[in-house]
Design a protein around this ligand. Structure first.
Ligand code: FAD
Length: 445
C-alpha cells in the first residue's frame, strides 16, 4: 500500500513550523544580514542583548510546541518522529539560515549528539551529550586533514600514555571548531591495522592545552580577514593538535572503531541535508516563477518565453523527483529501522543528486534574475554557495558514485557465455524451443 497523505495532526505541526519560519525566523535572518538599524547605525551591545533574548524566546516557543531537537528519539528527550516526518520539517527549515539553531537541530551538533548517544559511556553522555541536547554547549567534528580528506590518508595520531591519550596532528574544515566547547577528533591509533580498524574518536575540550586554531577558514562571501579571527564563531577551523592530552575516559566508542562509528553521524544527517536542499530549491523555484511573471523583455513577460518556460518546467520536474526520492529513502529507514545495504544505496544516491539539483535549479534561478541574480541583494548568492558545497562535504560526489555503483553491482552476476543473457539470438532460440512445444502440444490435443 502506498499512501502520500500526511496525518492531519502532524500537518498542523508542519503548518506551525511554516508560519513560524516565515513570520519569525526569516525576518530575523534578514535583520542579521544587514546587522544595522534602519538609520544606518550598527547594532550596539544592548541591541545585541535584546536580539539574543529574542532568539531565546523563539527557542522557548519551539520547546513549547514540542519540536526542540525534533531529530531526537524519546530516549534523548526528543519527539521520536521518524525519518519521513523529520524530512518534512527539515524541508521547511531549509528555507532559513537560523532555523536549525532555533529548533536545536543544527549541524554539526546534531550528528555529534547521535555519535555520543550511540557510542558514549554514561559519563560522556552526562558531561557532553546532556548540555548539547539542551543547547547549553556546542561541538565540532574534526576529521578532515589539510593534506587529505580520504580516511586512508589520515596521519593525525593518538598514542596511549598511561591513563591518557596524546593527540598530534592537524585537522582542517572543522565546522564551528573555533567556537565549539568540545571537539570530536578522529585520530589514527593503529596505523598498521586494516583501514576500518585504524582510527578512534576522542572527545577533546576546546580549551585543552595544545589545541590551537591556526585559522578560522570561511567559504566564499566572507572577507578573508575573518579567517584570522580565531576566536570567532562559525567558520571551518584549521586546527593544530600538539601533544594534546586527554583522559583515557574520553575515548568515544572502542579503540579502532572510529571510522565505523563515524557512519552513525553521517547516514541520517545526509537525508536531512537532502531535504533541506529540497527546501532551498523550492524557494529558488518560487523566486523564478515570481520573477518570470513580473519582468518583461521586448514587451513580453519572461513567463511567455519558451526557453524560460523550459527552465521552469525542468526545475519543477527535477525537484519533484528528488523530493520523492528523499522521502522514499526516509520511509525505507523508518520501515527497516537500520542502515541496511538497500538504504545505503539510496542515501548515496540522494547525496549525489542533492548537489546536482541544487546546482541546476539555483543556476537557472540566478540566470533568470539577470544582474539582480548576481547581486548580494537576494538569497540567491547564499543558495549558490550551497551547490558545490553539497558535492564536497561529507565526501566528494565521485566517491559516493563509486560506492553506489559497487553496492548496485553486488546484486548482479557476470555472464559466463560469450554473449550476454539478453542477446536476442540466444533468447529467440530459447523462445523457439518453448513455442514449438506449445504448438506441438496444441496440435496433438
Ligand atoms: C562546508 C563544509 C563543511 C565541512 N565541515 C567539516 C567538518 O565539520 N568536519 C570535517 O572533518 N570535515 C568537514 N568538511 C570537509 C569535508 O568532509 C571534505 O571536504 C570532504 O570529505 C572532501 O575531502 P577534501 O576536501 O580533502 O577533498 P579531496 O578528498 O581532496 O577531493 C577533491 C576532489 O578529488 C576528487 N576525488 C576525491 N576522491 C575521489 C574518489 N574516490 N573518486 C573520484 N574522485 C575523487 C573529486 O573531484 C573531489 O571533489 C567540510 C567541507 C565543507 C565544504
Amino acid at each position: 500500500m502506498i499512501d502520500f497523505d500526511i496525518d492531519p495532526e502532524f500537518q498542523e505541526q508542519i503548518d506551525w513550523v511554516e508560519r513560524f519560519t516565515k513570520e519569525e525566523i526569516e525576518p530575523l535572518d534578514n535583520f542579521m544580514r544587514a546587522g544595522r538599524t534602519k538609520d544606518g547605525n550598527p547594532i550596539d551591545r544592548d541591541g545585541w542583548r535584546a536580539i539574543r533574548a529574542y532568539i531565546e524566546d523563539l527557542k522557548q516557543q519551539v520547546k513549547d510546541q514540542g519540536l526542540w531537537g525534533f531529530h531526537l528519539g524519546p530516549d534523548l528527550g526528543g519527539p521520536g518522529l521518524g525519518q519521513v516526518k523529520l524530512c518534512l520539517l527539515n524541508e521547511k527549515l531549509g528555507k532559513t539560515r537560523m532555523g536549525p539553531g532555533i529548533f536545536g537541530c543544527q549541524a554539526p551538533d546534531t550528528g555529534n549528539m547521535e555519535l555520543i548517544a550511540h557510542n558514549g559511556t554514561e559519563e560522556q553522555k552526562k558531561k557532553y551529550l546532556e548540555p548539547l541536547l539542551s543547547g547549553e554547549k556546542h561541538s565540532a567534528y574534526s576529521m578532515t586533514e589539510p593534506h587529505a580528506g580520504e580516511p586512508g590518508e589520515f596521519i593525525c595520531s593518538a598514542k596511549r600514555d598511561g591513563d591518557e591519550w596524546v593527540i598530534n596532528g592537524e585537522k582542517w574544515f572543522t565546522s564551528n571548531g573555533a567556537g565549539a566547547d568540545f571537539l570530536i577528533v578522529m585520530a589514527v591509533t593503529n596505523p598498521d591495522a586494516p583501514l576500518l580498524e585504524r582510527a578512534s574518536m576522542f572527545i577533546v575540550d576546546r580549551q585543552t592545552p595544545g589545541v590551537e586554531v591556526v585559522r578560522n577558514v570561511h567559504t566564499y562571501g566572507t572577507p578573508l580577514r575573518e579567517n584570522y579571527n580565531v576566536r570567532g564563531g562559525g567558520g571551518h577551523a584549521y586546527i593544530r593538535y600538539s601533544d594534546v592530552r586527554v583522559p583515557a575516559a574520553n575515548l568515544l566508542g572502542t579503540e579502532g572503531a572510529g571510522f565505523v562509528g563515524s557512519q552513525t553521524r553521517l547516514s541520517g544527517g545526509r537525508v536531512h541535508h537532502a531535504m533541506r536542499a529540497v527546501g532551498v530549491c523550492t524557494k529558488a523555484l518560487d523566486m523564478m516563477c515570481e520573477r518570470a511573471l513580473s519582468r518583461k523583455s521586448k514587451g513580453e513577460l519572461l513567463s511567455n518565453l519558451q526557453m524560460v518556460q523550459q527552465d521552469i518546467a525542468d526545475s519543477y520536474i527535477q525537484l519533484k523527483q528528488f523530493r520523492l526520492h528523499v522521502l522514499y529513502t526516509a520511509w525505507l529507514i523508518d520501515k527497516t529501522g537500520a542502515y541496511t545495504q538497500e538504504i545505503r544505496k539510496e542515501i548515496a544516491a540522494i547525496k549525489i543528486t542533492a548537489a546536482k539539483v541544487n546546482h541546476d535549479i539555483i543556476y537557472r534561478a540566478i540566470h533568470l534574475h539577470g544582474a539582480l541574480g548576481m547581486s548580494n541583494e537576494t538569497p540567491l548568492g547564499d543558495m549558490w554557495m550551497s551547490a558545490p558545497q553539497m558535492g564536497i562535504m561529507d565526501g566528494a560526489t565521485e566517491a559516493h558514485k563509486s560506492n553506489l555503483a559497487k553496492l548496485l553491482l553486488r546484486d548482479y552476476d557476470a555472464c559466463e557465455d560469450l554473449f550476454p543473457t539478453y542477446h536476442f539470438p540466444k533468447l529467440i532460440e530459447e523462445a523457439q524451443d518453448k513455442f514449438e512445444r506449445v504448438i506441438d502440444d496444441y496440435l496433438a490435443a
